[in-house]
Design a protein around this ligand. Structure first.
Ligand code: TMP
Length: 253
């Protein structure tokens, strides 16, 4: 393939210039990091699984009218996306207490929350992505009050969609993180779901056994991450074709 201009490289993905203005190619790496990259490993096949899973969730959201940056998948590791101006916030929605909320507030993991709780974290690796309030966001100009209202509404629609999709395959959506970007149409701006939605950025527990099917498997050394992500992909019917065995062996003369 011709050399492409690299726009940005993050911990798990690379962004390249796209074929047309306003587009980018998002490449999914096999790298897994946790605790602000203190823990790092390369897990063969993770990028392929996350590319497929993010395609599945983002195209489902597009189909129900929740706008995302996703245009189409290009190959095993790459997808074509709309270029957006990323809002420097991680938006976390929680349905069940776990992770940092359990630690911060002393609530036992697995405790159902009375309603979905939306939290914001400022995207800054050097600071370890600190939690911020709407007051900080508005005072520092990261987003307006209108943006914030729209971000909460968007996140809750994503939560309802993902919760339903996962529950249908026996998985509880405990919490997830999304990133949101701005797309400009002349003077008109709209917010879209960006980055990725995958088991890297969600907590997914098997409804019957409570088994972790997400990046906590890596963070907490609970076993094979690819087995966990493959299980999610298998249940959703989105395993890459080279790992399904749908076709019969053919005799080669
Ligand atoms: P937390 O409980 O560690 O705050 O994580 C909440 C959710 O956000 C969980 O589904 C994992 C996801 N997450 C990310 O996607 N990236 C991150 O850097 C962190 C800390 C969490």
């Amino acid at each position: 393939m011709a050399r492409r201009k690299k726009i940005y490289e993050g911990k798990a993905k690379i962004l390249y210039e796209g074929p047309e203005p306003g587009t980018l190619v998002q490449y999914f790496k096999d790298d897994a990091t946790a605790f602000n990259a203190e823990k790092h490993d390369v897990i063969e096949g993770k990028g392929v699984l996350n590319n497929r899973l993010s395609e599945f969730f983002m195209s489902g959201l597009n189909a129900i009218g929740v706008p995302t940056h996703f245009i189409k998948r290009l190959n095993m590791r790459e997808q074509l996306i709309r270029q957006v101006e990323i809002i420097p916030l991680e938006v976390v929605v929680r349905n069940t207490a776990a992770g940092s909320m359990s630690k911060r507030l002393g609530i036992e993991e697995g405790t159902p929350l009375p309603r979905p709780i939306v939290e914001f974290y400022f995207k800054d690796d050097a600071l370890g992505d600190p939690m911020v309030t709407e007051e900080h966001i508005i005072a520092f100009g990261w987003a307006s009050q209108q943006d914030l209202d729209d971000m909460v509404a968007l996140s809750l629609r994503v939560n309802d969609f993902l919760s339903g999709v996962m529950m249908a395959v026996g998985i509880k959506l405990v919490d997830f993180k999304i990133e949101i970007g701005r797309i400009w149409d002349g003077d008109f701006m709209r917010l879209v779901v960006a980055d990725e939605i995958s088991p890297d950025s969600c907590r997914l527990w098997d409804v019957k056994t409570g088994q972790h099917l997400d990046k906590d498997v890596f963070r907490r050394d609970l076993g094979s991450l690819t087995d966990a992500y493959s299980e999610v992909a298998r249940r959703l019917g989105v395993l890459p074709s080279n790992v399904t065995h749908a076709s019969k062996p053919t005799l080669i003369n």
